[in-house]
Design a protein around this ligand. Structure first.
Ligand code: ZN
Length: 427
């Protein structure tokens, strides 16, 4: 540990602090902060007129429809926030980590992984009714859902299983690294987790996405030609364009690309292929190519790595803090439990990092939109963004603080205003 970190560690390693009280206070402060943002957002959504700049694109009827969807979702977020707060209170008040640890002691060789699994399963099961209300009932109520309840439940359970496998691999791998690395554990853990994230992210469309969606290559035709021309013009190393059967579960639309630096794969939802004009889909992909051209993927990855390193450095401060863990009933504390308890202390830093990553992401969105304008797709991008917002039920208005914390993308009216202000090339 560096000398400055050692000084900080000895400062937090003080017997005078009541750590259980500290974690309770931080959890309560976060709950109040989230509630404040939710209520401010609710009050914005009660406005019955669309923002001025969207009056031409949205009829009062379309605005009301979108507003009701956002209102239902924010009410659900308020309920989830209360529920998660209660869950955290129960965990802290009743030493649930200690109970779970004792329950998993019977399978000693896989203890931490088992603990991670129990913790994840308990949380997922408790939150399932809220997920049903938000992701099935509300989607159905507002006309976005195309799946049956049994399909939805099957997909949810599949999602939980994938989460369980990935978390178990991550926990088992990280603990092995911590055990082998000794004092240098921050650096090696950082390296391991970074590699894990990059590998899972790259393999996601090939290993995980096929569990939920079927994809097939885009058939030759106008759209394929238009995408090929766009990729060629921008020297984008496009290997193939795939269409995903997203319409099977929902009418929401999306498009993204993935792959290695030398070979990229574009994925389009069939909902987009069916409903969007060729030029509109091309404009959406031009935006994605803009992210690639302007190195946004690389910049975001470096930013995430710095975040991870910061979190691990903070963890090292509390790693040998006996007062923190004993306040939760532990005399010997396994590394994984140390990390779970540390997450309570991490709350303020996590909130700050969330604001910062949204600032970066929004900046990238504006830049990628400006890139599309430079390719002369402005009108098609505007049309596509309006359609995407209608298809996805995006909020048309938002409180600034709620937006800053929750939204990685600017609102539709903010994007349209920014697009109009992009300096045009002289022809
Ligand atoms: Zn984007």
């Amino acid at each position: 540990m560096s000398p400055s970190l050692s000084i900080l560690a000895s400062w937090v390693n003080s017997p005078g602090l009541n750590w259980r009280q500290v974690t309770l206070s931080l959890t309560t402060a976060k709950f109040i902060f989230m509630s404040y943002m939710n209520i401010r957002q609710l009050s914005v959504l009660l406005r019955d007129k669309p923002p001025k700049s969207l009056e031409a694109a949205f009829t009062q009827d379309a605005y009301d429809k979108s507003r009701e969807y956002s209102l239902d979702k924010i009410k659900c977020s308020i309920a989830i926030n209360i529920w998660l707060y209660c869950e955290n209170l129960v965990y802290i008040k009743f030493n649930v980590y200690l109970q779970l640890w004792r329950a998993s002691v019977y399978a000693s060789s896989v203890l931490p992984v088992l603990l991670a699994a129990i913790e994840l399963l308990t949380h997922n099961l408790m939150i399932l009714p809220f997920m049903y209300y938000r992701d099935f009932y509300l989607e159905e109520k507002h006309g976005f859902n195309n799946s049956t309840f049994s399909q939805w439940l099957k997909n949810k359970l599949k999602g939980y299983s994938v989460q369980l496998v990935l978390r178990s691999l991550l926990v088992a791998g990280t603990l092995k690294v911590v055990e082998l690395a000794g004092d240098l554990f921050i650096w090696y853990t950082w390296l391991f987790i970074s590699m894990f994230i990059v590998v899972v992210g790259t393999l996601y469309p090939y290993l995980i996405m096929p569990l939920f969606y079927k994809s097939k290559p885009l058939s030759p035709g106008k759209l394929k030609d238009s995408i090929d021309r766009l990729a060629h013009k921008n020297k984008f190393p496009l290997t193939n364009v795939n269409v995903i059967d997203g319409s099977k579960t929902s009418s929401h639309s999306n498009a993204f690309f993935t792959g290695f630096p030398w070979s990229k794969h574009i994925f389009l939802y069939d909902t987009m292929v069916d409903k969007f004009e060729v030029e509109e889909t091309t404009a959406v992909l031009a935006h994605e190519i803009g992210h690639w051209k302007l190195n946004h993927v690389l910049i975001s990855t470096v930013f995430e790595q710095c975040q991870l390193l910061l979190i691990l450095s903070a963890f090292s401060l509390f790693y040998n803090n006996p007062y923190l863990y004993s306040s939760f009933g532990f005399d010997y504390t396994p590394v994984y439990v140390k990390f779970l308890i540390f997450c309570y202390i991490l709350t303020p830093m996590n909130c700050a990092l969330q604001f910062m990553s949204n600032v970066l992401s929004r900046k990238h969105e504006y830049e990628a939109d400006a890139y599309v304008v430079s390719l002369d797709y402005e009108e098609h991008l505007v049309a596509a963004l309006i359609k995407l917002d209608k298809d996805n039920g995006g909020a048309l208005d938002s409180h600034w603080l709620y937006s800053a914390y929750h939204r990685s993308h600017p609102l539709l009216n903010e994007r349209l205003q920014a697009i109009r202000q992009v300096p045009r090339k002289k022809k």
